[in-house]
Each structure stands twice: as C-alpha cells, then as structure tokens.
Design a protein around this ligand. Structure first.
Ligand SMILES: NC(=O)c1ccc[n+]([C@@H]2O[C@H](COP(=O)([O-])OP(=O)(O)OC[C@H]3O[C@@H](n4cnc5c(N)ncnc54)[C@H](OP(=O)(O)O)[C@@H]3O)[C@@H](O)[C@H]2O)c1
Length: 289
C-alpha cells in the first residue's frame, strides 16, 4: 500500500536536525523547520523546507513533530506554551533515560503521543542504512509512522518504556568508549618505547576483531548466570590487568581504565573461585557480587 508522505516539523536545525530534514525532504515529505538562530534555516528553505516563524506555528502544521535540541530541558522550555494535542512528539535530543521518561510523561499529560529516538550515527550517515535509529515509547505512534521513519536510516523499535532507546544509546557509547580509551592507553604505553600509533594500529584492528568474536560467549554466560565453564578465568584476567597496571606505573603512563577493572575482578574473587569466568564481573557491576 502506498502511503501519503506525512508532513513533518523539525524543531532544531543544528548538525543532526539539518541532516534529518534533508532525509525527509529527499523522501518527499513536506517539512517545516524552526530554529532558535533563524539564519541556520536558510539553506533548508532553499532545498524546499518551509520556515516557521515560531515554535507554535511549526507544531500546528504537522502531526509529527521532531525535537532535535540540546537536551530534554530545552525541549520542555520550547514546548511549554504550545498546544501539543493530537501531535506525535518524536524527541531526538539526547538526555539521561530518567529525564526522557519525565519528558514523555509531561508530553503525554499535554495530549501528545511520545516517541523517543536515539540516532546512532554521525549526521552524514543519516538517510542511509548505516544510520541505526533506535526507538522507544508509544508503540501506536511507531505503528503509525514507523514505515515513513525508515527514510532516516535503519529503524529498530525497542520498548514502550520511553527511556529504553536512550539507555541502549548509553550502553553502546559505553562499549565504544571502553575501546577508544583502551586504544589510547595502548598507544601511550607504546609511545614510551618510541613506537608509532600507525604501526600499533596494524595489530590492534585484527586483535580487536578477535575480542569482538568473544562477546557472544560472554553474553551467553551472563544470560544463563553460569560462570563455571567460561574460556577466560578471573585469575588469568587479574594477572593481565596487574601487568598493565604495573607497566603503566613503571612507564609513568596514567593507568586509564585499568584500576576500576581491577577493582571489579578483585571484588568478584572475594566470593568466587579463580577459575570462574571473567564474565561474572557483570554480577559485581550490578552489585550482586
Ligand atoms: N550530531 C550527532 O552526531 C548526534 C547523534 C545523535 C544524537 N545527537 C543529539 O542530537 C541533539 C542535537 O545535536 P546536534 O549535533 O544537532 O547539535 P548542534 O549542531 O549543536 O545543534 C544544537 C541544536 O539545538 C538548538 N538548541 C540548543 N540549546 C537550545 C535551547 N536552549 N533552546 C532552543 N534551541 C536550542 C540549537 O539552536 P541554535 O542553532 O540556535 O544554537 C541547534 O539547533 C543533541 O541532543 C545531541 O546529543 C547528535
């Protein structure tokens, strides 16, 4: 069945908002934009967007309203005087999951259906399948608009709990930052022996590929809560982390992530045997010991 392209209003045309507007325009949606600094909307108008004179005007003309502002507080401040009845508010501004939940409750209390999205991509990838867009909140709203939102990237609806998309985003960022800061720490250690980051890179990339292949095993152990048959023991990992810590000290390199990782392994070993899997550190993270 062919769908009419829903009119969309986008509040906030910074880097991400601009990319989202471009993707909607390319897919044939009528798009209305508003931005606090009005000059930023001129290139979008040249590409076919309509520029609204106020937030209220932008909200009034489209059933689907995207907010792409700094955070939840900016969204609330801008929408506080606006009639949200019969609108679907799709918030893309990042915030902590609890703040997103409070925003959803506030918007629902004012008559809007609330959907949250976490865009896991740089603006230049928006509008391509490489942009993962994670949704949570009103399932009815996602049912209504999900097909059209595919114009933004690869969609994934996760849960009615509006905070879940942002929680996934934070989990993905945490996994990414662990890798990023681990890489920088490795580069700093090798720098003490005059090694070049680009030479290190040749070994890091395949090495990390092997590490990634290990993740399904960790996930399986955590889901079954069976840490007795894992391939990588607490003791082996304790030793490896102690070597990294000692080498950081002797080379006068800041220890990076090593200290908190060591603390978690040691905490787990207070109650579990040395041959238990390192995956059990998850239990220490959840303070279950
Ligand atoms: N860029 C990314 O890769 C990316 C990816 C995922 C999520 N996000 C999230 O998307 C949101 C926007 O990011 P961005 O990269 O587009 O940032 P940006 O380029 O800095 O743009 C920020 C936008 O928010 C507006 N804004 C900020 N504070 C405001 C306020 N108090 N009242 C009204 N408008 C306000 C700005 O208006 P002015 O033009 O007037 O300053 C601008 O339109 C953020 O929450 C960010 O975390 C970004």
């Amino acid at each position: 069945m062919k769908h009419e392209k829903v009119p969309v209003s986008v509040l906030g045309t910074g880097r991400l908002g601009t990319a989202l507007v471009a993707a909607f325009l390319a897919a044939g949606h009528p798009v209305t934009v508003w931005n606090r600094t009005s000059g930023k909307t001129a290139p979008l108008a040249a590409n076919g967007a309509t520029v609204a004179g106020s937030v209220a005007e932008a909200v009034a003309v489209s059933p689907l309203v995207l907010t792409v502002l700094l955070d939840h507080a900016a969204v609330r401040a801008k929408l506080s005087e606006v009639d949200l009845r019969d609108r679907t508010l799709l918030n893309i501004s990042s915030s902590a999951p609890d703040d997103i939940r409070a925003l959803a409750e506030w918007a629902s209390g004012r008559g809007a259906a609330y959907l949250d999205a976490a865009v896991m991509a740089l603006p230049q990838a928006v509008g391509t399948p490489d942009a993962q867009v994670l949704y949570s909140g009103s399932a009815a709203a996602f049912d209504r608009y999900g097909e059209q939102l595919a114009a933004l990237g690869t969609s994934r609806y996760l849960a009615e709990d509006p905070g879940v998309a942002e929680l996934y985003s934070i989990g993905l960022l945490s996994a990414g930052y662990g890798t990023l800061f681990g890489f920088l720490h490795g580069v700093a250690l090798l720098d003490t022996a005059g090694m070049r980051p680009t030479d290190f890179l040749e070994m890091v990339v395949p090495w990390l590929g092997g590490m990634l292949a290990f993740l399904p095993e960790l996930a399986r152990e955590i889901e079954t809560a069976d840490y007795t048959s894992g391939e990588s023991s607490l003791e082996i990992n304790l030793r490896a982390l102690e070597y990294i810590e000692a080498t950081s000290r002797s080379t006068d390199v800041a220890p990076g992530f090593v200290k908190p990782a060591l603390d978690l392994v040691r905490k787990r070993m207070e109650t579990e045997g040395p041959t238990d899997s390192v995956a059990g550190v998850f239990e220490a993270m959840r303070r279950k010991v």
